[in-house]
Every structure is written in C-alpha cells, then in structure tokens.
Design a protein around this ligand. Sequence first.
Ligand code: NAP
Length: 307
Amino acid sequence: MQPPLPPSLVDGKTFVVTGANIGLGFACAQSLVRDGATVIMACRNEGRARAAMDAIGTHARGSTRFYPLDLASLSSIERFADTLHANFDTIDGLCNNAGIMAVPRHETEDGFERQFGTNHLGHFALSLRLLPLLRASEGARVVTVTSLAHRAGIIDLEDLQGERRYRRWGAYAQSKLANLMFALEFDRRCARESLGVSSLAAHPGYSATGLVSPRASEGGPTWLSYLGVIGNSLVAQSATLGAQPILHAFRSHTARGGDFFGPDGWGEFAGQPSASIPSRRARDPGLAARLWERSEQLTGLSFPGCA
Ligand SMILES: NC(=O)c1ccc[n+]([C@@H]2O[C@H](COP(=O)([O-])OP(=O)(O)OC[C@H]3O[C@@H](n4cnc5c(N)ncnc54)[C@H](OP(=O)(O)O)[C@@H]3O)[C@@H](O)[C@H]2O)c1
C-alpha cells in the first residue's frame, strides 16, 4: 500500500506574487490558484492586474486579491505592506518575481538606478516589511527569481547605482546577482535568528515573456527587443514551463532554505526543475553581508526589527 501523500504546501495557503499580471508571475499565480491558494496580486497597474485576475478566475479554494505595489517606490512598498498587515494575520509564501531588464539608465523616485532599485532593493524592502507576517505562518517560504545572467554579474560596491559608468546589461546582471545573494543571505539570517522562514531562489532559464520589450515608462523597446521577440518565438520555452522551478521551490517537500532551482536541460535554458548551482560570487558570504548592509542603509530598513 502506498504511504499517504504529505499535505499540500499550497492548498489553503496565502501567497504574494509580485508582477503577477503577466509572464512568469502570471503563470505562477495561475498555478497556485488552481492548487487552492489565495494569491495576492502585487502589481503596479490595476487594469493589468484585474485583467489577469479575470483570466485566472477562481478554482476550488483558490482565489486572487489585488493590492497595488510599485517596487520602484519605497513608499508604495510601505503602503502595500501596511495594507497586508491590516488585512492578513499570516502570509505563507512570497514570490519576489517582478523585474525589468536592460533598460536605459533612469532613477526610481528614491534616486536608485532603476534595475537595481526595482529588481533588488524593491524586493529587499518588501521581504523585510512582510517578515512579521511570514514569521506568523508555520514554514513560510520566500522564493526570489534570479537569472542565468547572475553568472555575469559583478556587485560594484563603489558604484552600485551605475553613476560613474552605466551598462544596461551589466546593471541587469548585477541586479540578478543581488537577487540571488539576497535569497541566500536572507536564509542564513532567518536561520541564525530561528525565525522559521526559509528563503530559496529559482531561475526560469529562457522563457518567452514580455521582459525583452520594456514598457515606455522603462525606456521602451530597442532594436535588441526585436531580436528578443524573435528569440522568444524560436528558442525560448513557454512561461508556464519557465515558472516550474519557482513553483517547485514552493511546492517541494524536500526543498530547503538556501536551495536554488532552474531547468535541467542543456545550459539550463529549458527543461524540468532541478537543483542549480549559484556562481562563485553568489556564494561569497562576505560580499553578501556587505551588500546586505548597503541595502539596509539605502532602504532605511533593518533585519529583523522592522514593522
Ligand atoms: N523571461 C526570461 O527568460 C527570464 C530569464 C531570467 C530571469 N527572468 C526573471 O523573471 C522575472 C519575471 O520576468 P518575466 O520574464 O515574467 O517578464 P515580464 O513578462 O516582463 O513581467 C515582468 C513583471 O514585472 C512587473 N514589474 C516591472 N516593474 C515593476 C515595478 N516597478 N513594480 C511592480 N511590478 C513591476 C511587470 O509589471 P507591468 O506588466 O506593469 O510592466 C510584470 O508584471 C524577472 O525578475 C526576470 O528578471 C526572466
């Protein structure tokens, strides 16, 4: 006789997914709702979020809620977190997914270079602000979405914001390395303080999404975007497949804090979820601690004692 299946880590749970209105975030939200979760759609545009919610619908115990979140604004992140603290007792999972890629240099309203500010500092601030709600759930997981591009990333502590020299792909790679270093360092800190929250990371390989075509607010598409669109149709796997390593990090009973998942195919561009190896730089705890301290200074938040 087969042993009984362990209880679902998704059914009846509450997840926050950033950038849930499209691409990988949408694929994650849709799958979690189908499996009975309540998904908080943490999106910057209400119309796009509501259209995505209509497309997802409701399934058994699963449903969606929308609260506005602009990761390029520390005050928006604070408002979002305050709203969640007022409406929920616990959050079981946070998916740090939203992102922009290789945009021209612009600054967020807080004066951060936009890729570093949105992809890394925004999720850093969000995770710290939601930490009390995550701690209140038994076995909460935070999954941060990084990229194969993290391998090319360099954390330039002397010029984190690209003020002296800005290369749009270099800034993207730095932000994705920062995502992965954050995920690993967050897990170490949560474990050290016995907070009962696990932090994991995942990358989607190469998935066909709109990431290659930045919105006008991010500088709009470039000639590279058109190459990206061709790549999407010829080479990339679907967003549904690309979301699988992220979903695996939430669903797997054997996954542990500090784990990192990606697709198992050639070059990790496509395939089924499997363990991936962070780059040597991503595994440097000294550098991660320095990045953490700078992120605390820049966001004005500290671990774990924030509201
Ligand atoms: N696609 C790939 O092959 C690939 C590979 C490696 C890593 N990734 C990572 O996967 C994640 C998801 O990207 P995707 O491929 O699904 O791209 P996507 O389809 O362009 O989706 C990006 C999402 O992020 C949201 N977003 C951007 N800036 C935001 C902000 N300031 N505040 C709140 N939300 C914001 C977008 O919202 P709007 O719709 O309002 O613009 C959208 O929902 C990113 O972190 C990316 O770096 C993707």
